[in-house]
Design a protein around this ligand. Structure first.
Ligand code: DAH
Length: 358
């Protein structure tokens, strides 16, 4: 075999034996690179006599062409194999991941409070606040509860230990009505406020917890009458329950701080085990309300001959239960995250009257 034939055989074997593009490149450089074996032969032609060149030239050029073609063919083969291997090994997962379960959430009581604040804000009410620990004056006396009157007991009050110096016993506020007193004593009429907040009474069963939430409302201005009260509350309750209107009745009641006083009921049907509003012969008690008692106005430094007002108070948790079908009040305050995962609301959907309440 000639040297050229041996060289060609060796190179073809090396090309065939190259197992990767990188190994093949080494073979190429060794043959066709600057100082490669085939390149050396091509350079050598310059020193040949014309006859030698005529004889050797086609053989060397032919060798170069075949080696180059073999390298190109092997390279295509190796690249295809490499691509195949990558396609086998790599995977693109085109499925969407499941939505992560919401962790935490807005408690129905807070959701409902936000809904109420949004609705009353549209009617021009500002939010007022007061302390959870109240004194007897704001919680009872200024609200026209007579001293030693059983009405004070009626509220199942939590009393704090008496102050060693004054003997005064503070209370955990039994209702949000003391915020009325604080507002009237610090602002001049016209007044239009709501006061949402925590309240406390010694009571515990399926519909009572020692801590619960109320929202209070107060309007003081000239020439205020029951008509204003009725329209305000009917409008509010209809919007709260997302109804066009509510069939309401105002049933006479007694509260020391209002005269006359009433409880507002709405017509409902509970016969099918489900609560449906505006049909049937049943009435659902919703809230307490009335015209602010002249004594309360006087106690707060407002002249009852010049100003009148109406007030109302309702249980926020109870309305949350009614609106969102929560059967038992007590688990609302057990801080069980499973309960919240079930009944809670997204923190990213704050209620507002434009985009909807819930
Ligand atoms: N404070 C009352 C209660 O806790 C609720 C209430 C009734 C508030 C009538 C009012 C009102 O302002 O006018 O039972």
């Amino acid at each position: 075999m000639t040297d050229l034939a041996t060289l060609e055989l060796d190179l073809i074997n090396a090309i065939g034996g190259a197992e990767s593009v990188a190994a093949l490149e080494e073979v190429r450089v060794a043959a066709l690179g600057k100082s490669g074996s085939v390149s050396g032969l091509l350079k050598g032609m310059g020193a040949m006599s014309p006859d030698e060149r005529r004889e050797q030239g086609p053989m060397i050029n032919g060798l170069r062409d075949r080696v180059a073609a073999a390298i190109a063919a092997r390279k295509a083969e190796l690249e295809a194999a490499e691509l195949d291997a990558r396609l086998q090994a790599e995977r693109v997962d085109l499925t969407l991941p499941a939505r992560p379960r919401r962790k935490g959430g807005v408690h129905p009581t807070m959701q409902v409070m936000d809904e109420m604040i949004a609705l009353f804000a549209e009617m021009g009410f500002a939010v007022a606040e007061g302390p959870d620990i109240e004194d007897d004056f704001h919680n009872f006396t200024a609200l026209n509860f007579p001293p030693k009157h059983p009405a004070r007991e009626m509220h199942d009050t939590f009393f704090l230990k008496p102050d060693p110096e004054t003997g005064e016993r503070k209370v955990l506020r039994t209702h949000t009505s003391p915020v009325q007193v604080r507002t009237m004593m610090s602002q001049k009429p016209p007044i239009r406020i709501i006061a949402p907040g925590r309240t406390f009474r010694k009571d515990s069963d399926a519909t009572h917890t020692p801590m619960f939430h109320q929202i209070e409302g107060l309007v003081i201005d000239r020439d205020i009458h029951m008509g204003h009260l009725k329209t305000t509350l009917q409008t509010f309750i209809a919007r709260f329950f997302e109804l066009d209107e509510v069939q309401a009745r105002f049933r006479p009641h007694h509260f020391p701080f209002t005269e006359p006083s009433a409880e507002m009921d709405i017509r409902c049907d509970r016969s099918g085990g489900k609560l449906v509003f505006n049909t049937g012969d049943d009435w659902l008690e919703i809230l307490g309300c009335g015209m602010v008692h002249p004594n309360v106005l006087k106690n707060c430094g407002i002249d009852p001959d010049e100003y009148q007002g109406f007030a109302f108070g309702m249980g926020v948790d109870r309305l949350a239960m009614l609106k969102y079908g929560v059967p038992d009040l007590r688990p609302m305050f057990d801080a069980d995250t499973r309960w919240l995962a079930h009944y809670g609301f997204s923190a990213f959907a704050a209620p507002n009257p434009a985009s909807g309440l819930s």
